[in-house]
Ligand binder design. Sequence first.
Ligand SMILES: O=C(O)c1cc(=O)[nH]c(=O)n1[C@@H]1O[C@H](COP(=O)(O)O)[C@@H](O)[C@H]1O
Length: 266
Amino acid sequence: MAEAVAEHGPLCVGIDPHPGLLASWGLPQDAAGLERFALTCVEAFAGRVALVKPQAAFFEAHGSRGVAVLERVIADLRGSGTLVLVDAKRGDIGSTMAAYAAAYLTEGSPLAGDAVTVSPFLGFGSLDPAREAAAASGRGLFVLALTSNPEGASVQRAVGADGRSVAQSIVAAAARANAGAQPFGDVGLVVGATLHELGVDLSDLGGYVLAPGFGAQGATVADLRALFGPELRGVLPTSSRDVLKHGPETAKLRSAVDVVRRSLEM
Ligand SMILES: O=C(O)c1cc(=O)[nH]c(=O)n1[C@@H]1O[C@H](COP(=O)(O)O)[C@@H](O)[C@H]1O
């Protein structure tokens, strides 16, 4: 990850084939349209950004043919040397989590990218099978901590018996998992760029922070710096619709990526 960020900058671009985007790209609302959309994104982004984040939901919406397209996207991006974060937000009891870990974090599985998003809201310990699989296969996790949607706060800012917010407990558990790793461990967090204040201390995290909400959900580069500090150390801003709306021409998608990337350098 550190090498990819050093080469391309910290921007993560999402592949979110919304029905509205398929329509504006002049594509049919079926698996063939999805495939055309997703492979155009691969062509536009491979080798140009540190990380690409396909959103699994939009592929699953097309059934098994859609999932096959997701598998192809993962294979093509990884084959080009571009890191893939599969945004599947999985979370379940530990014994079932082990099956998700087999699907998303195990070498040889067609759905395994380089990292996957997971939900800790069944208890951080329920993620242990995913942490073990990630460590064994050299992959990573991005654990939801403070999400970009306004509804998240009622759960994530709730204060537990120990006086800490749920989000701060998640940060602490991730920091424990990353302890000793240099420069960063396998466990990243998701913290929305749309938040008005952080309200958690990320200084000991020892992992990357994926920051969605940048672009289409309204957060700007200034918001990112206000929230995470001017250096944006370890922060991976991620944008989907704000880039994808420039398709279907590959050149226009690439220049949209360049504009966003430059805005993060200023
Ligand atoms: O895990 C995520 O990526 C995620 C977490 C979060 O708190 N908010 C959030 O928007 N996301 C995802 O990030 C993407 C944001 O898309 P845009 O709003 O189009 O940039 C979508 O795929 C969301 O599912």
